[in-house]
Design a protein around this ligand. Structure first.
Ligand code: ADP
Length: 260
């Protein structure tokens, strides 16, 4: 437990430090992007235009990474809405079908009686997209991406064996790929901020740490099962929302004044 605490503290300071750098970098990149836009407007020479496009694309990529770091460092304060799981998953399925190569088959199975969850739709969308993008990256030669949802009940025994979980009703969302999988030493580190095995410029290593932070802020947790050469399965557990339970609106702490 002591180790877990130290680890959490370390991650928090990494987040603060990275957030500061990302903020300044963002301020530097914005005028560059605007200037490139201006130069492109007045440029007629095709070879110069090509160079400008290359600069723009690279800067844009940097800017996207910075945005990821910023959203990680800012932490996760989200909306509290009743959410239907089906449209959320269908939207993600649609994006995967539209943007992934055709050698990846996307399957999606949601039973009609799936419970409602409570939280922020944009953040949960982000969680699922992060998992799907990782699944895609793990299947460079194609494969199957499975999305599914299931109502599950976790009893006292399960909760006792899993420190992050409380007994109760959950919606368990599955994101599974038939990709390259991960050895155990990688599995142990995937939720660390900035841990990535992707080549330079391809990954920030923030996808899963952001994912975990969001899921935790929704009262849930994440389980991962992976086997090298076979594939990876992520289970995202979100508490099933019961209309009879007390409203959380009055338990949300007042927002603290923020420093710059
Ligand atoms: P990034 O995608 O930028 O590397 P993440 O935090 O999303 O950052 O993932 C961290 C690492 O976890 C990845 O670099 C990869 O090694 C591993 N990983 C995550 N998802 C999968 C998956 N579905 N299959 C294999 N490896 C994965």
């Amino acid at each position: 437990l002591q180790q877990q605490f130290l680890r959490a503290q370390r991650m928090e300071s990494i987040g603060t430090l990275a957030g500061g750098i990302a903020h300044d970098l963002n301020n530097a990149l914005t005028p560059i992007l605007m200037s490139i836009e201006l130069l492109k407007l007045n440029e007629t020479d095709p070879s110069r235009l090509k160079v400008l496009n290359t600069i723009e694309q690279s800067t844009q990529r940097g800017s996207n990474m910075v945005r990821q770091v910023l959203s990680f460092a800012r932490g996760v304060e989200g909306l509290q809405l009743d959410l239907q799981v089906e449209p959320l998953l269908r939207e993600v399925e649609k994006i995967c079908n539209e943007t992934f190569l055709k050698n990846i088959q996307v399957q999606c199975h949601i039973p009609p009686d799936i419970s409602i969850v409570r939280g922020d739709p944009t953040q949960l969308h982000q969680v699922l997209i992060n998992l799907c993008v990782n699944a895609r990256d793990a299947m460079p030669h194609g494969g199957t991406l499975k999305l599914a949802a299931k109502n599950v009940h976790l009893d006292e025994n399960y909760a006792a064996m899993n420190i992050e979980s409380k007994p109760g009703d959950y919606v368990r969302i599955l994101v599974e790929d038939t990709g390259e999988g991960m050895p155990q030493d990688v599995v142990e580190r995937i939720f660390e901020p900035f841990f990535t095995t992707k080549e330079l410029g391809k990954g920030t290593g923030l996808g899963l740490s952001t994912t975990l932070a969001i899921v935790k802020s929704h009262g849930g947790f994440v389980r991962v099962y992976s086997e090298p050469g076979t594939g990876t399965r992520f289970h995202v557990y979100l508490p099933a929302y019961k209309e009879t339970s007390e409203s959380t609106a009055d338990t949300v702490p007042e927002e603290l004044p923020r420093g710059k």
